[in-house]
Design a protein around this ligand. Structure first.
Ligand code: MG
Length: 483
């Protein structure tokens, strides 16, 4: 079965191909139950009741226990632990507390992947608007909460494209949603899709779309209404997965292939026979011969290659390499001497990557970096948490290394919010960032959404192999994707 986000990707592509007018393409998202999981707010409201009254009905209540739309809450209080005698008091408390929208509106969290999907749609040049039945009275706090939720992914929602319920008495949400679409069209947009968790809202949209131009996407989360007309095609999905929204041409044009690593003579031959122009080499000092070697240290079956022979071979074949060094001033010094001897001191095809040194080693390594003409980047993983917090000391370190000539800062991929925050901090300092160690498509696409200067992706892993084939490379080991 085709994933609902893949339907959206296909629909947007076909609209772009058919588009005869320059009208910007717009996708509208409902907010509650579609982008935001409102159960977080419900749990906080109910626990606030407990705190207010000293009861413990909702102690330990988790979002997962709520399997109904928020509009059904008052009828389902018993299932969540409140005795019948308390229902009217809980209802009064909720009615009173929910008037203070600004307090609760920030408790909602986006569904997993929802912001990534919106970021990907926006990156593809499609405009995203919000079509919600929330009242105009909460416009400012709604916009602020959503923009904050999307900030790490560079997602932005505009005031002009936040369509809300006017507050007109008796105006049904379905009609308010229709009016929003008509207003977007009047403002010059081509409305391509609407995503909503209530089927009745989507059915209403069909009523004002005789051209059948709007793809109706049903967020199959929690909802109250039922589809009345089965002939209206709703495309349903319960998870947002950005990998189904891959914009292949954009990905292709932003990917530069390189050979993922040379570990043996056979591997080196493979690289030289491939169309890739660059590779990555892990450098290590041999305890036996004292020479600098490349590849992975230790495998008995592999014949290690000397760094000098490998570099000579690469130069002869007009190929380049990024050399990853261990954290040792001695290895750095010897590598720089070797590259100087081979006249690779300022060759653009070669550069080094060194780990951020511990404070004790920093002075020796800093003086070598300052004297070198080679491009060198710093593996800054130990600093990621401090950079994410925009800690002054970490920022000062970055500035110091930039002053010595460090060209950029690299991090291993990690699936937590510190990575995008660290990237944004470095961006603000004017320092290029590179993300490594990505082995699946979702991580690759999410990383590109964070907009680092570049990201290395191992396309040779089984999960990414089909995409590499799709992108038309015969034997890729890895690729560098640019934001
Ligand atoms: Mg909704």
């Amino acid at each position: 079965m085709i994933h609902w986000m893949h339907h959206l990707q296909n629909h947007l592509s076909s609209i772009r191909q058919r588009a005869s007018s320059p009208r910007p393409v717009l996708v509208l998202f409902d907010i509650d139950g579609t982008i935001l999981d409102t159960r977080h707010t419900l749990v906080q409201l109910l626990q606030a009741y407990d705190a207010h009254t000293g009861s413990r009905y909702f102690d330990g209540l988790k979002c997962d226990a709520i399997d109904f739309a928020d509009t059904e809450l008052l009828d389902r209080l018993g299932e969540l632990g409140a005795p019948p005698s308390a229902h009217s008091e809980v209802a009064d408390f909720l009615a009173c507390a929910s008037r203070d929208w600004d307090r609760w509106i920030h408790a909602c969290e986006p569904y997993a992947g929802a912001m990534e999907v919106i970021a990907q749609v926006q990156r593809a040049g499609v405009v995203v608007g919000l079509n919600t039945a929330r009242p105009e009275a909460v416009r400012r706090s709604t916009l602020a909460a959503l923009n904050r939720a999307g900030a790490a992914l560079n997602v932005g929602f505009s005031d002009a494209l936040l369509f809300m319920h006017s507050g007109q008495p008796g105006l049904a949400p379905t009609v308010a949603k229709q009016q929003a679409v008509l207003r977007a069209r009047a403002a010059g947009y081509r409305v391509a899709a609407m995503v909503d968790n209530e089927p009745e809202n989507l059915e209403a949209i069909r009523g004002i779309d005789p051209e059948r131009e709007i793809l109706l996407l049903h967020a199959d989360t929690l909802y109250q209404s039922r589809q009345k007309d089965p002939s209206i095609p709703l495309v349903a999905g319960s998870s947002y997965q950005v990998e189904h929204l891959v914009d292949r041409p954009r990905l292709e044009s932003g990917t530069q292939w390189f050979w993922g690593g040379v570990e043996s003579e056979t591997c080196l031959r493979g690289f030289l026979e491939s169309p890739a122009h660059q590779t990555e080499l892990d450098v290590w000092p041999s305890a036996g011969s004292g020479k600098l070697m490349v590849g992975r240290e230790g495998p008995a079956e592999a014949t290690p290659l000397s760094l000098q022979d490998t570099l000579l071979c690469l130069v002869a074949m007009e190929r380049g390499a990024r050399l990853r060094l261990p954290g040792s001033a001695e290895v750095l010094e010897r590598t720089l001497e070797l590259m100087d001897m081979l006249c690779l001191g300022a060759t653009p095809g070669f550069h080094l990557s060194i780990p951020a040194p511990a404070d004790g080693d920093a002075a020796a390594i800093q003086s070598l970096v300052a004297d070198s003409n080679l491009g060198i980047d710093l593996q800054a993983d130990p600093w990621v948490t401090d950079l994410a917090r925009s800690c002054n000391q970490a920022q000062a370190r970055v500035a110091q290394w930039q002053g010595l000539g460090i060209q950029g800062f690299s991090f291993q991929w990690r699936d937590d919010p510190t990575l995008p925050r660290a990237i944004h901090c470095l961006e603000a300092l004017g320092a290029p960032q590179h993300i490594e160690g990505i082995t699946n498509l979702e991580a690759a696409l999410r990383t590109v959404l964070f907009a680092p200067a570049s990201a290395s992706v191992h396309f040779a892993t089984p999960a990414l192999r089909p995409l590499a084939d799709d992108l038309g490379t015969s034997q890729p080991a890895a690729g560098r994707m640019r934001a």
